[in-house]
Unconditional design. Structure first.
Ligand code: KG4
Ligand code: ZN
Length: 332
């Protein structure tokens, strides 16, 4: 089954062609650069940018895959969670395309997409599927969720952030250090030159055992930077490395604890922050399970992950497939 999939929940316009939920035939991601000037995403601007690029990207995705619309079996799009204006642009475009071509439309939960990125490959020889049940850590610019995936499309939430998302914390600390946006990749790069033990930073312990909290850490970094500024030069690499160590250890410890306390086969990561190598290593060190992480380009938002999730949604219909766009859609 060949699915054309569209992702527009935030500031990335993604269009992809995916076969049988596992093989990527094309995957085009256009990052909206306009937001770099504002240092954050302006929702209306993002929605307009999606609208402007969808036609061109869809044609290119079909061309790259060497296919025509008549060779597609279904059209999928993210229907939530995300910025509502952005979701509406992508979902309505996909629904129109499906209607015109006489194809089924599949609405996809963005978080399910991040999970199913672990099923995707570009190569001809595709490794076996990740074994379930699994503990999944979805960490992005808007979410930090620890989930028990009992079976295909059966998710039981274990914990989540009670304040900032992990990616949001990376972005805010990067802004504080004048490193630009998005913050995650640049903090990871700069931290390589720094000493992660230079500054001890607090690790929050929310009452709920699997919940996260990152706002205390963020405030501690803010206070540290202000103090260092008063003294003179801020050792940016050392601050970035110390922050990265603290946040990845918090994520890794709870993920490992969840894996130890539930009878699972695998640990899966997803979302933009999963691209972080220090996080991967911190988790791998603490678990006895196989760890699966999508390659970095598939951790951040893309259309292919929506195509994978759409395929498994059609194959395992058990849970209802969402249709209407909703900014606060949850993993079910
Ligand atoms: O999944 P994603 O592309 O979009 C959302 O659904 O939010 O995640 C984007 C987030 C941003 O906050 C970005 O700073 C973070 O993922 N990110 C990283 C890395 N690459 C992206 N955080 C840490 N290390 C990275 N290498
Ligand atoms: Zn995302």
């Amino acid at each position: 089954m060949r699915i054309l999939a569209i992702e527009t929940s935030c500031d990335e316009t993604g269009v992809a062609i995916v076969e049988d939920g596992r093989r990527i035939r094309s995957n085009i991601v256009a990052s909206q650069l306009v937001h770099q000037d504002t240092g954050g995403i302006v929702p209306e601007v993002a929605a307009r940018e999606h609208l402007r690029s969808l036609d061109v990207l869809t044609e290119k995705a079909l061309r790259d895959a060497g296919r025509q619309l008549s060779e597609i079996d279904a059209v999928a799009a993210t229907v939530g969670p995300g910025l509502i204006g952005c979701l509406l642009v992508g979902a309505n475009y996909a629904r129109g395309l499906a209607l015109a071509a006489g194809l089924p439309f599949v609405g996809v939960n963005h978080l399910e997409g991040h999970v199913y990125a672990n099923w995707l490959y570009e190569t001809e020889d595709i490794p076996p599927e990740p074994e379930l049940p699994a503990i999944v850590l979805v960490v992005s610019g808007a979410h930090s969720d620890l989930v028990l995936m009992e079976a295909h499309r059966r998710f039981r939430p274990l914990g989540r952030t009670i304040d900032d998302a992990a990616g949001e914390a990376f972005d805010k600390v990067a802004r504080l250090l004048h490193l630009g946006f998005p913050g995650g990749p640049v903090i990871e790069r700069v931290a390589k030159e720094g000493n992660a033990n230079a500054f001890p930073l607090p690790r929050a312990l929310p009452a709920d055992r699997f919940d996260f909290s990152f706002s205390g850490l963020k405030t501690a970094v803010l206070r540290l930077v202000r103090e260092l500024e008063k003294k003179g030069d801020v050792p940016v690499a050392d601050v970035a490395a110390s922050f990265q160590k603290a946040i990845t250890e918090m994520l890794a410890e709870k993920t490992a604890r969840a894996a130890a306390e539930h009878a699972v086969e695998t640990v899966l990561l997803g979302g933009g922050v999963a691209a972080n190598l220090v996080l991967r290593e911190a988790i791998a060190r603490r678990i006895g399970h196989p760890l699966r992480v999508p390659r970095p380009g598939l951790c951040t938002d893309n259309g292919a992950m929506i195509g994978a999730a759409a395929f498994f949604a059609l194959r395992h219909r058990g849970t209802e497939i969402p249709v209407a766009a909703r900014s606060d859609l949850k993993l079910a």
